[in-house]
Design a protein around this ligand. Sequence first.
Ligand code: BGC
Length: 757
Amino acid sequence: MRNFKLSVALLLFLGLSGLQAQERIPEVEELLEKMTLEEKIGQLNLLTPGGGVATGAVVSEDVETKIKAGNVGGVFGVSSPEKVRQAQEIAVKNSRLGIPLLIGSDIIHGYKTTYPIPLGLSSSWDLELIKEGAQMAAKEATADGINWNFSPMVDIARDPRWGRIAEGAGEDPYLGSQIAKAMVEGYQGEDLTQPSTMMATVKHMALYGAPEAGRDYNTVDMSRLKMFNEYLPPYKAAVDAGVGSVMTSFNDIDGIPASGNKWLLTDLLRERWGFGGFVVSDYTSVNEMIAHGMGDLQDVSAMAINAGLDMDMVGEGFLTTLKKSVEEGKVSEEQITKAARRILEAKHKLGLLNDPYLYSDESRPEKDILTDENRSLARKAATRSFVLLKKHENTLPLAKDANIALIGPLANNKNNMLGTWAPTGNTELSIPVLEGLENVAPDAEVTYAKGANIADDSTFAKKVNVFGKRIEIDERTPEAMLKEAVEVANNSDVVVAVVGEASEMSGEAASRTDITIPDSQKKLINKLVATGKPVVLVLMSGRPLDISEEMALPVSILQAWHPGVEAGNAVADVLFGDYNPSGKLTNSWPRSVGQVPIHYRMKTTGRPGPESGEFQKFKTNYLDSPNSPLLPFGFGLSYTTFEYSDIKASADSLNADGSIQLSARVTNTGNYDGEEIVQLYTHDLVRSVTPPGKELKGFQKIFLKKGESKTVSFTITPEDLKFYNSQIEYVFEPGEFEFFIAGSSDGRFENSFELKE
Ligand code: BGC
């Protein structure tokens, strides 16, 4: 009876403090009972025997011996059912307690069937498609033995200098949260013990996307208000969706590195958000706290475990120092037991404690990996990720029997189609654009010329080429290449120039201070335009670029990101109009790097910049540039056109427990059927903390035949109008809200409603 009362009291306490009351799992508790301190510490150790991408200076040694000794909880960089079975056998048959391993991997945008980089896929605003992509990745990866994925990366990013902007879903916390949820649901499915699902990891907790000066791994310094309102929502959405693990970030938060930050990992993540899974460090991020100035390896390891970090990736600070810290009273055994419990619980959730070989079915790779079905999903995903940035005259779509000059360093290139962070993909399987055009339009006459190198600077190329020949410098002189390209262009009806960035010009440790198209390619573009032929630029990049100069040219521009294994087919589908492009940017594209960080959710300030964009002294603006971006968040064209009318609210006001419908009539006024992403933005006119000038509150992707109209309606409740106030309470406040519904974030507010108490 006493125990019963106690546990009721405990549950109540846990409930009150926001913690998820977790049931103890008998199998896990039995194991913990048997474990020595060393074995518990062993579970907290994550190693990579090589074969993956070593992003730090360290690669693990003697992995097999350590597994046998019970010193390893998980490995990554190991794949194939056979190899995973071997690894599990070493753990199960040779270590004292026979605990199976977590088998991790970075499956960022597809496993072997690589689909577009995440920033590209986010431009589809298609949650179902994003979820399907994650499901497909899980099916392929688990067929190859992997049970734990280091994705989704949900870091909000507003600075295109930062190379890892490619890996996320852009600048907006609302859209970012929806995408985070879709990805977690896609990877994990309904039941993690199903062998076609894998555990997801939301990363990098937290604020990793806001490094000062856009330089990867740099310091982050941010107010709590900004964190909660703008940067933390996607991590929270992943936690709410039941993500199994959380990865810390390399940066510090309020002066304390994330991997040792108790406020972040315990007070916020576990107590406030009720996260019940486990927390893994990033690659050697515990050890890196030494360089951050937090002490020696023993100090930083103790700091990390005491903060709430459960698993140490590669650095082995936990393995080599925690026992000593327990003996010296710096870490309690209880803290280590808690962390080991969380790792074992993850193994239980995955079904590994019942069957260590659940993910080692030799018959699966052939059935599940790189199937036609998967490749066609990757192709579909790529077409939905493309954003038409500029239409010049009626060049697009192209006729299927056109005489096309296909030019550019990315036009017949396999090495750069997959994009950054595709270590499990195989560049050789990529469809180059040249092949795609031939596949989709066999009657077209296509002549190819490279025209330019991605960049001419060999020192720069060397830095980009760490994972393969992304930038290949031609033996011919730039002049000779240009000459050939101009000749080919002169003999064509239309020029398609595939230009932009090599894969690893974005991604980890790939920040740029200059985000324009490299000079070698700019010269090429100008020469092609000078031929007077119609020119279409197919732009590939892992970040928003500064394309101010190209936007001013008489060209059409299709942003294709790095499209994945089906690149060429997807580009051809869109260029020839088999799919009418519908993507919308998920970052604001700046006029110049001088505007960054830039995003649409900026506050008005006390001295709002003039709406006309004309300079006014003593207002917030620049002497040499308008405030507005070159291309706003939410922007993207179609071969057809859409008109918005009848934008209205169903009532003048809503109550605290009520709801209101905000709607618009959308009409396809152009000559093609097409999809449109209809977006709702609100502006809270008066609130206790300064509001953003506008906030995305909803979106819907609709299909309209030419001439067709539809009414699109959004239901808004006070819950949707909440924000964090200066006490970091999540509240709504009564008052007036303006809103608009449009095809991009640069619409005008013309309507409003009131939220009543
Ligand atoms: C990256 C992580 C990744 C890890 C393991 C790190 O350098 O920051 O995103 O999951 O390496 O490969």
